[in-house]
Design a protein around this ligand. Structure first.
Ligand SMILES: [Zn+2]
Length: 184
């Protein structure tokens, strides 16, 4: 990780065969047992992705956005409080407003998470020293629960590997990074 400009001084190992790692935060990162047993090329792809999260400060940004949105929710609840004592009609309207705001926050936080995944994928290939081919094979090997409904697609913090692969291809073919070797 040091080669990618990320300092890691503590690594926690989690149970489980899933090949995964978490982005370093203040020098601490987590890896699964599955990660430790994975092929080195796969470990490199994952570390480059996690380094991307760290270098792009995704955790800090996600926490900051969540704090601001949560503060907004508190304001919504306070604003709805007078409605609740006005009778059944205003009560329902107030409750519906607060619930809509809460759902809006969940959807917004999940959308931010998905945008961070795409950005970390791009970073891994552009700056993380992983070739597009290796990264695409890594994405194809990822397991992801099926996102069958629009609802669970809206609330997913990670896009499906297929979407990530397609977005990466589109981005690399978009001509913005023609300096990359082998990318036209
Ligand atoms: Zn990620």
């Amino acid at each position: 990780m040091a080669a990618l400009g990320v300092r890691v001084r503590e690594v926690w190992v989690y149970d489980g065969f899933k090949v995964n790692a978490s982005a370093p935060v203040r020098g601490c990162m987590g890896v699964t047992e599955g990660f430790l047993c994975a092929d080195p090329w796969r470990q490199s792809a994952i570390l480059a992705h996690e380094a991307g999260h760290a270098r792009l400060r995704h955790t800090v940004k996600a926490v900051a956005v969540a704090v601001v949105l949560e503060a907004g929710l508190v304001a919504c609840r306070v604003a709805a409080a007078p409605w609740i004592v006005l009778g059944p009609g205003p009560f329902t309207a107030g409750l519906a407003g607060v619930m809509a705001a809460e759902v809006g926050v969940w959807v917004a936080v999940a959308a931010l998470g998905r945008s961070h995944e795409y950005a970390a994928d791009r970073w891994a290939v552009e700056r993380g020293g992983i070739t597009e081919g290796v990264y695409q094979v890594h994405l194809a090997a990822l397991h992801h629960p099926p996102t069958v409904t629009l609802w669970n697609r809206l609330l997913a913090t990670h896009p499906t590997p297929e979407r990530r692969a397609a977005r990466l291809t589109r981005w690399l073919r978009g001509g913005r990074h023609t300096h990359l070797q082998g990318v036209g």
